[in-house]
Design a protein around this ligand. Structure first.
Ligand code: F6R
Length: 587
């Protein structure tokens, strides 16, 4: 969701904040803004568009304290007016989250005031202005107490040479420098700070050039731990790739390698945490949920343990049944997805053991987990998850092996073939061009597979619709004839994933059913008989032969490339698809 940056020190704030916002642009990119404070006067620039729209104004913004924001719209469309910062009287604020009771507050305190934006966030600035009597801290606390929902907000006040942060259910981080201090919603924006503090819910933090004071909900001064900043600056270099998505697909093999190596150092803890598990519930959202569907197959097959998968946004509202010895595995690239974090917290409250599978150490998710299985995908800038998905599959495969009682060394070794095979799929990606062209012209694209291929079919479909905007569905191949077949016509493309020799014949029958209804079809396979049967009849994307349970790593790379190439043919920006943001920290 939205990205927040704040600075106070001896240097010009605007340039520093702009640099931080560039690092956070993946959190939202429909508008951006900066407010700085100079000689007790606040200046604001905010514009619809990506962070770079601010560049021409940076030189003109004086002052050594300020705040900035890059937005993903929740309340009020993308526009200059709705862009943050929002200001009232002596205050300017930037906000990440959703103020659920903003209409109520507006009606109660400002019945006759015309607000300048349609956002839920403007209420924060208005309330600060209303309750400010010269005591900044008091006003912050009073306003924080009135807000319902989720927020991390950075605030500047014309009377105070510094900035403040308030937070509940959204991440807020402080970074320490020499004679300067920083604030952000996310560690990458502060990667140059050696030490950071992650604020707790209810905290109010006040930053000046000389120091940071943190207060808890009762406004008592508290000391929060300073930790070594785990973030490295996001590498914004594209190398020879035109897009981050392609760069990150090419990094899939490295993601697998790093993740499997990292598992050796956590296996012991994970093994102890999982000991006694009798039932597993896997939860997550979007791509992370899709990796959970594959993990279900891994665990059921390797460990013969019952597994349920639950979309996190559903799980958190359904009064879930947590029996003794239930382990909840929460998967999240960012570790900050609100639905997943809340699902994990609920599971914990209900007595489950919680295991987090994430790319983000020190995220909200890791803080509520009993054990963490690291995904070492490295930072992912493209909104569409690629290498993090394959990293999650790696971590989950190894966790399934631990549940099955297999030693880590042997399990890690069993994945040694994956990276080189993925490299081959990615290098031979040109074969996908014909299929991408078909998808770009299609009225709808269906991804179909059985068993483990069905899991990747879901992910292929999500990737395609997310970045190309072509309507798409992922379906179990056997279900086609129970309804979806009615949609098949000459304008549709059905992409069949067929990697299991056991089920190849069955899936091949479904291809025939589509062709005999004049639908277009294609096959992604490593089964020789399937290749031969369909060669010359439909495009066949050949992937290397491998163990059935390693095939998702390879088919995933193929469907990621397919989505990428289709998006390019349709002239979409694959890195920043419309309406989306990378880290969804609101409900
Ligand atoms: C799709 C995608 C999203 C995320 C989902 C969960 O490409 O990236 O579907 O997978 O928003 O995000 P995390 O994994 O950060 O919890």
């Amino acid at each position: 969701m939205c990205g927040i940056v704040g600075y106070v020190g001896g240097r010009k704030a605007a340039g520093i904040i702009y640099g931080g916002l560039k690092q956070l642009e993946y959190r939202g990119y429909d508008s951006a803004g900066i407010a700085t404070l100079e000689d007790g006067k606040i200046s604001v620039v905010k514009r619809r568009g990506k962070v770079s729209v601010l560049q021409p104004y940076i030189g003109g913004l004086g002052g050594t304290a300020g705040i900035g924001h890059t937005r993903w719209a929740t309340h009020g469309g993308p526009s200059d007016e709705n862009a943050h910062p929002h200001s009232a009287g002596k205050f300017s604020i930037v906000h990440n989250g959703i103020i659920e009771n903003y209409s109520e507050l507006k009606e109660k305190y400002f019945p006759d005031t015309a607000f300048l934006s349609e956002t839920d966030s403007e209420i924060i600035a208005r309330l600060l202005d209303k309750f400010y009597d010269g005591d900044f801290l008091y006003a912050l606390k009073k306003v924080a107490d009135l807000l319902k929902g989720s927020y991390a907000a950075a605030v500047i006040c014309a009377d105070f040479q510094g900035l403040a942060l308030i937070k509940r259910n959204n991440p807020a981080i402080i970074g320490y420098g020499e004679g300067e201090n920083f604030a952000a919603s996310d560690a990458p924006a502060l990667s140059f700070c050696k030490q950071i503090t992650i604020l707790e819910d209810g905290d109010v933090a006040v930053l000046t050039a000389d120091g940071v004071s943190i207060f808890n909900e009762r406004l008592q001064g508290v000391i929060r731990e300073r930790i070594v900043n785990p973030a490295t600056p996001l590498s914004l270099e594209l190398g020879d790739c035109p897009h981050y998505m392609l760069k990150e697909i090419r990094e899939v093999p490295a993601s697998v390698e790093r993740t499997r190596t990292a598992y050796l150092s956590v296996e012991n803890k994970v093994g102890l945490t999982l000991a006694g598990a009798e039932r597993i519930i896997i939860t997550g959202c979007g791509t992370a949920y899709n990796s959970g569907i594959i993990a279900k197959r891994f665990i059921e097959t390797f460990a013969h343990m019952p597994v349920e998968t639950e979309i996190a946004g559903e799980f958190r509202y359904k009064n879930p049944i947590i029996t003794p010895n239930t382990v909840v595995v929460a998967i999240s690239q960012s570790g900050e997805t609100a639905d997943t974090v809340e699902a994990a917290k609920l599971a914990k409250r209900l007595g489950a053991v919680v295991v987090a599978v994430t790319n983000a150490p020190y995220s909200q998710l890791t803080r509520c987990a009993d054990a963490v299985v690291p995904v070492e995908a490295g930072s992912e800038i493209c909104v569409a998850a690629t290498k993090s998905y394959t990293g999650q599959l790696t971590a989950l495969y190894l966790m399934a092996k631990t549940l099955a009682g297999q030693g880590a060394a042997e399990a890690v070794k069993s994945l040694s073939a994956v990276a080189p095979l993925c490299e081959r799929v990615i290098a031979e990606g040109a074969d996908i061009d014909t299929l991408a062209d078909m998808c770009a012209r299609a009225s709808g694209v269906y991804f179909l597979g059985r068993d483990i291929d069905h899991g990747v079919a879901l992910e292929g479909s999500l990737k395609l619709k997310e970045i190309s905007y072509v309507p798409s569905e992922g379906y179990p191949a056997g279900e086609l004839k129970h309804g979806t077949l009615a949609l098949i016509d000459i304008r549709t493309v059905s992409v069949f994933l067929i990697t299991s020799p056991r089920l190849a014949e069955k899936s091949a029958n479904a291809v025939e059913q589509v062709l005999s209804r004049k639908g277009k079809a294609a096959v992604i396979t490593n089964v020789a008989a399937v290749r031969e049967r369909f060669a010359g009849r439909v495009p066949v994307i050949s992937i290397p032969e491998c163990d059935e349970y390693l095939s998702p790593f390879l088919t995933a790379a193929a469907v990621q490339l397919l989505a990428y190439k289709t998006a390019l043919l349709l002239d979409r920006d694959p890195d920043k698809p419309r309406n989306l943001a990378k880290s969804v920290t609101v409900e």
